[in-house]
Write a protein that binds this ligand. Structure first.
Ligand code: CP
Length: 310
């Protein structure tokens, strides 16, 4: 495959290859090899039209650990503010020799358009409310590490599903890997199209909790609300927030996840976010490994190169 645009494009074999490659890269990193020479001479462009902390930094770290040259582009401060189109921006980057473009954009489908315009690989780092496939991959990797498997686990994805590209990608990937996914949230924050997704839906968080192995909380995306969907913050928190009392309803081996950034006190209490059963910090670290694996596989790293370092 040349691009990573949607989690739904990944077969079970594709997904497992990425997770296994990330695991191999982790072993190499543990042998204190800071940098692999695999992508020396290749250029990765981070093209961010929306804000990001984790995704942008971890793609940069991943590319650098594979010895690629990295160009960071953020729309703020660029000629996009003078009205330059996505296509002209992309062609400019290609003229500068981009082998891969990692794109985050507010418009759903922007990475797909970009893939039609440039010769290099396109990686979707989040497009509107549509998809965030590398987040789903790092989440699956984190679940597998924490629980030993993904297949057969019961995963609840909770909160603002309507605006969540993380939820869309996770539903597809976790289903592909054999997990049973239940989406939980207020009816106004569950999309109508959910009927066609490979998951169940519940509006009753308390009823779902005791049957759940993995609870993945979603950020309430106030910047995408127009007021029509959202109850009050207090009401939301009371019905769908993961606080100490709800946490106590989970079984002892269950884990808590959140893609970040967190609204502490809204969808998750600080106490739960920082508890030993939360793997939120591990998710961020795993993001670098998984993005290394994606760059390595898309840009044609050779198997033998995993073993060598500098
Ligand atoms: N989870 C995630 O995509 O975080 P950022 O928006 O900080 O990249």
């Amino acid at each position: 495959k040349r691009h990573l645009l949607s989690a739904g494009d990944l077969s079970r074999e594709d997904a497992l290859l990425i997770l296994d490659t990330a695991e191999e890269l982790s072993k190499v990193s543990q042998r204190s090899i800071k940098k692999l020479p695999t992508l020396r001479g290749r250029t990765v462009v981070n093209l961010f039209f929306e804000d990001s902390t984790r995704t942008r930094i971890s793609f940069e770290a991943a590319a650098k650990r594979l010895s690629a040259d990295v160009i960071n582009f953020s729309a703020r401060g660029s000629s996009v503010s003078k009205g330059e189109s996505l296509k002209d921006t992309a062609l400019t980057l290609e003229a500068m020799g981009a082998d891969a473009v990692v794109i985050r954009h507010g418009a759903s489908g922007a990475p797909h358009r970009l893939a039609g315009w440039i010769r290099g690989s396109v990686i979707n780092a989040g497009d509107g409310t549509h998809e965030h496939p590398t987040q789903a991959l790092l989440d699956a990797f984190s679940i597998r590490r924490a629980m030993g498997r993904v297949e057969g686990l019961k995963v609840a994805i909770v909160g603002d599903v309507l605006h969540s590209r993380v939820a869309r990608s996770n539903v597809q990937l976790l289903h592909t890997l054999g997990a049973e996914v239940t989406l939980v949230g207020p009816p106004t924050l569950i999309p109508v199209a959910v009927d066609t997704w490979p998951c169940q839906v519940s509006y009753d968080f308390d009823a779902v909790l005791p049957k759940t192995d993995v609870v993945m909380m979603l950020r309430v995306q106030q910047e995408r609300m127009n007021g029509a969907y959202f109850p009050s913050a207090r009401e939301y928190s009371r019905r769908y927030g993961l606080d100490r009392d709800r946490f106590a309803k989970l079984h002892d081996d269950a884990i808590v996840m959140h893609p970040g950034p967190l609204n502490r006190g809204m969808e998750i209490s600080a106490e739960v976010a920082d508890s030993p059963r939360s793997i939120i910090v591990e998710q961020v670290g795993n993001g670098v490994l998984v993005r290394m694996a994606v760059l390595y596989l898309l840009l044609g790293g050779s198997e033998s190169a995993i073993g060598g370092g500098e």
